[in-house]
Design a protein around this ligand. Sequence first.
Ligand code: G6Q
Length: 550
Amino acid sequence: MHVVPLRQRPAFAALTAHHARVRDLSLRALFAGDPARAARLAFDVAGLHVDFSKHRATAETVDLLVRLAHESGVPARIEAMFRGDRINTTEGRSVLHVALRAPRGTRLVVDGEDVVEKVHAVLDRMAAFSERVRSGAWTGHTGKRIRAVVNVGIGGSDLGPAMAWEALRPFTDRSVAFRFVSNVDGTDLVEALRDLDPAETLFVVVSKTFSTVETMTNAASARAWLLAGLGGDARAVARHFVAVSTDLARVRAFGIDPEATFGFWDWVGGRYSMTSAVGLSTMLAVGPDRFRELLDGFHAMDEHLRTAPLERNLPVLKALLGVWYAQWFGAAACAVLPYDQALRRLPAYLQQLAMESNGKRVRLDGTVVDHPTSPVWFGEPGTNGQHSFFQLLHQGTPFVPADFVVCAHPSHGLRAHHDLLVANALAQAEALAFGRTEAEVRAEGTPDALVPHRVFPGDRPTTTIVLDRLTPAALGALVALYEHQVLVEGVVWGVDSFDQWGVELGKVLATRLRDELTADGEPARGRHDASTEALLRRLRAARRAAGGAG
Ligand code: G6Q
């Protein structure tokens, strides 16, 4: 598929000229010159209040960026996604996570099949199963009630469920423990299982392909732990293991009953899958009704993306600002700062979503880009970040736009804590935007030698997103906002946001190195670089000293 390179689109040249004119405009000047700015650039959509006013953008900047979006074919690509076109061209797949939250009764026909009907059939099975587990009707092999759910999966089969469980803990059944095991490092599994009773533990093995080495290794060890704890009766597996996968044959080969398997489809990308059956552990935690509310929140933002004009379309505007800073301000990083402890895992979730999607160097047609694509995404919950990397955000040399996510109401009763938390979020965004000038620092009586150290240059842009409360619906709208931001950025950059070829090479090399690490005889020389060979010898020696084979 041919893509007109970004630099060749007319709006690109216009934006370059425009940037030269506005790059020295301060946020102080922008606000002083436009009393309506704060109101004009704040939007209420799907229960989220999103304030874009602290961005280094004039009305003309927004107009030009919207022109760029049109020239990049953003509306057509959004339509193509909703239509089920195979917009993931390198894998020849449709990209239909929006169908996962489409209301019952709506239709989306792909290859002659209504995918919405299939989605709801699975949701109904998930709901029935969740109700059985939550009510105690589903028991373990020895007849005990399930008191612990362990999600075994990695990447897209872990980050969404883990993030959602943390975020929605106040809505969960507190009598059931939830654990998330992803890393092939045995510590992850061992620590997760240490205090659990096999008779009360349910494993949800989540793997789209059911072949991912980390997940298969963890699932096999979990199975061995279970059988060791329950006297070795293999029939126990059926009561303690369920699977979420697109590959039902492999699930059966592992020994999990097809009745206890929840399917999804190749048009659901891993990092876009938390609203598919991959969300089974979320549903087990919050129940089917709350899970439905989560889907409704996603759907509200999906509809906004599909129907709102680009100049008032939140994911589109957010994406265009991302492109603006990456391209014209050299922003190689952006921060996500949730001022809510329950959103602790949101930065990790968004790291995968954004960087695996748009961390690309070639366009859809295989040509190499001559412009930046995804920045590095990172973040920590407020106020922890303030005592760590915020120094760099305020006074460092990199230019790092940031998102603040704030809830108006806390999910706990410690009002004084929440007031402090919210005040800190507002204070940080204010300080980043408006800084403190040399004159202001001097006026405070600061000694001359310290003045430069105490100046805050300001003009560091932020988006503030306010949720009324961290409900399932608000979480859904928030995550969908980011999903669609990533989509639109990818369209402007001209990349395939839905493949991830960059994770393959390491997997192939790891398989070979595992064999060489564990082989009896010395591995042949010259198969690796000198550094890798020397490290391999050292680690083989350590393994031998510990009594391992080889
Ligand atoms: C996400 C990626 C990746 C994937 C994991 C797990 O978009 O494709 O993170 O989710 O590699 O894959 P499986 O679900 O197949 O085990």
